[in-house]
Design a protein around this ligand. Structure first.
Ligand SMILES: NC(=O)C1=CN([C@@H]2O[C@H](COP(=O)(O)OP(=O)(O)OC[C@H]3O[C@@H](n4cnc5c(N)ncnc54)[C@H](O)[C@@H]3O)[C@@H](O)[C@H]2O)[C@@H](O)CC1
Ligand SMILES: [K+]
Length: 486
């Protein structure tokens, strides 16, 4: 499991460590890890460390101190290192002295852009977890110059300008090729939009003992493998769970077909379809149990999926919400579901909005949800007393009270933003619910497999939702392999 901790928790751990260790020890560990990554990148960009040109952009806190000490290490290996302290009188004094002793230079911000243009490597040490309120105006042209330059950009702890705790980005921020982060991932490194600015993230262990719950957790192959339902020798289709799909309409029969296609690959023993698209479903998937009765009379299921392509069929949504089994609500179902009826449910509920649907439920603009994804998913979960999966390039899954940790999934690919892809996910996650997974697990395992399937299906080219559904089996096998190997 990958975890991310709040800034507050990291600060607490830092204080405890500092009390035990000699002064400056943590910063030296951070700088050593940072310098190692810088040296590796220099090897890729210019073939060697010796003689390469490194620019350190240095703010007034310890983030700048890390950059300076790492710069001193590179200078000792023969790199030409120039530090640009944005506020020279407040830059980390020990770090500046160390850099100078190692042969590094210090330059004025007036020449920073010129230096960046000629550099092999730019180290962004302007702000880390102490940053507040986005990048200051004087640093904006530097972020832009670094973006234009051919140099590799390494962010120290976080790309300056992104919010460490929430992943929000207000205005300009540095775009890094690699972010070297210390002690723990910060939530902003795993959540969009900030995640995109971080490039690939490397965690340097500086020996922090992290207390309490993480803010976020991200399942890895082995975690998913442990959660996947596996039929035992005694299983029959009913024991493996029947998932009911109440989806599709005369106008959108395809949504029903796609939701069923996802459900068939999610581990339930059988899929029961209820709705007006039975003929289309049977034609494609003859193994489906099709009923033309409403959900109340369709026969037993262990979980329902309601909403994909459902049009305005509020009665079906109401019947599903009244069922005493887990329910996944997606697409039109989110709009049609009565909030009181959702809150009154005693069996688990999983809502799966994209940003636009989440915005409509929260009564805010879509951009607001996209900007503040973590706060949005928590708020929705609290309002509805339901687990909520907020779709996007990083998908977030919050438990019913919005409490910690929220799950984050980043196996997806931008190619997954294609019509019907959400219908496949709803069927897949609903099937996992029917197989007995708790709502947060069903959502996050579903998102993980769906994202991986999207990658396999796309392989760098556009995909349709049906391709994604087909690739779920490959994703499942790939995850299972790791488990068997473990
Ligand atoms: N947490 C830890 O355990 C460790 C932290 N270290 C480093 O220390 C950093 C935190 O250091 P600090 O607490 O000194 O804070 P930062 O260095 O992140 O930033 C604080 C300084 O930047 C200024 N500032 C705040 N917002 C700004 C903005 N938007 N634009 C420009 N300047 C801004 C503040 O006035 C303050 O002087 C971490 O990110 C990490 O790089 C490491 O040295 C190792 C250990
Ligand atoms: K930084």
């Amino acid at each position: 499991m990958r975890t991310a901790y709040s800034v507050e928790t990291v600060r607490t751990a830092e204080r405890e460590s500092m009390a035990r260790l000699p002064e400056g020890a943590l910063m030296q560990r951070a700088a050593a890890g940072l310098a190692a990554t810088c040296a590796e990148l220099l090897g890729q960009v210019s073939g060697r460390v010796y003689g390469s040109r490194v620019v350190l952009l240095v703010g007034s806190g310890d983030n700048g101190g890390d950059a300076l000490y790492a710069g001193a290490r590179l200078a000792r290996r023969g790199a030409g290192v120039t530090a640009v302290p944005l506020a020279p009188e407040r830059a980390h004094a020990g770090g500046l002295a160390a850099l100078r002793r190692a042969g590094g230079r210090v330059a004025s911000p007036a020449v920073a852009e010129e230096l960046i243009e000629r550099a092999d490597l730019v180290v962004d040490g302007i702000v880390g977890i102490g940053g507040e309120g986005g990048l200051r105006p004087e640093a904006v042209p530097l972020a832009e110059a670094a973006g234009r330059a051919r140099a590799a950009v390494v962010a120290v702890d976080l790309p300056s300008g992104v919010d460490a705790g929430t992943g929000e980005v207000r205005g300009a921020a540095f775009r890094a090729d690699v972010t070297v982060t210390f002690g723990a991932h910060k939530p902003g490194l795993l959540i969009d939009p900030a995640r995109e600015y971080a490039g690939s993230v490397r965690l340097v262990d500086i020996g922090l003992a992290l207390p309490g719950e993480p803010e976020l957790e991200a399942l890895q192959h082995a975690d998913v493998a442990r959660l996947l339902p596996v039929p035992g020798a005694e299983s029959d289709k009913y024991r493996r769970g029947v998932v009911g799909i109440a989806a599709g309409s005369a106008r959108y029969p395809g949504a029903a077909v796609l939701a069923v296609s996802g459900a068939l690959r999610g581990g339930a023993g059988a899929v029961r379809y209820v709705g007006p698209a039975g003929d289309a479903v049977i034609a494609r998937f003859p193994e489906t149990l099709v009923s033309d009765q409403g959900p109340e009379r369709a026969g037993r299921v262990q979980a329902w999926v309601v909403g994909p392509g459902a049009g305005d069929d509020a009665e079906t949504v109401a019947q599903v919400l009244a069922a005493e089994v887990p329910v996944l609500i997606d697409a039109d179902g989110l709009r049609l579901a009565d909030a009181e009826a959702v809150r009154a449910r005693t069996a688990p509920t999983l809502m799966t909005p994209h940003a636009g649907e989440a915005a409509a439920l929260l009564g805010v603009g879509r951009a607001e949800v996209e900007r503040a994804r973590l706060a949005s998913v928590r708020e929705l979960a609290r309002r509805y007393g339901a687990a909520v999966l907020l779709k996007g390039s990083t998908t977030l899954v919050a438990g019913p009270d919005g409490s910690r940790p929220v799950r984050v999934n980043s196996t997806g690919t931008p190619w997954l933003a294609t019509a019907g892809s959400g219908d496949v996910l709803s069927g897949l996650a609903g099937s996992l619910l029917a197989a007995g997974l708790p709502a947060v697990d069903a959502g996050s395992v579903g998102a993980y497999l769906h994202g991986l399937a999207g990658r396999f299906a796309a392989a760098g080219a556009p995909v349709g939702a049906h391709d994604v559904a087909l690739a779920v089996r490959r994703a499942w096998r790939e995850v299972g392999e790791v488990h068997r190997g473990a």
